[in-house]
Write a protein that binds this ligand. Structure first.
Ligand code: SF4
Length: 85
């Protein structure tokens, strides 16, 4: 049970949100799989002006390069990374 990778990611996300999100994003890229929305605390609303449509991972009109499922342009998750420029 303690060796379950998903559980480890969830624990780390709980202990350090940014560190957990970075870890999850790296794992997703390495395995070419997307992260479950729950693991990155995805929500359908912006947070402090940060939203998916302004994120480097966002894929118009409703997807994300690293997070699975339907993604709202107004959504947000802890893996948010602002677009440059
Ligand atoms: S904030 Fe960025 S990484 Fe998170 S779901 Fe939206 S587009 Fe994907």
């Amino acid at each position: 049970m303690n060796n379950n990778p998903t559980r480890r990611v969830m624990l780390r996300t709980g202990l350090g949100v940014a560190a957990g999100a970075t870890l999850a994003a790296s794992a997703a890229r390495a395995q070419d799989e997307k992260i479950a929305q729950e693991l990155v605390q995805y929500q359908n609303q912006p947070k402090d002006g940060q939203q998916c449509s302004k994120c480097a991972q966002y894929v118009d009109p409703n997807a994300c390069k690293i997070v699975a499922g339907q993604i709202s342009p107004q959504g947000y998750c802890v893996a948010y990374a602002p677009k440059e420029g």
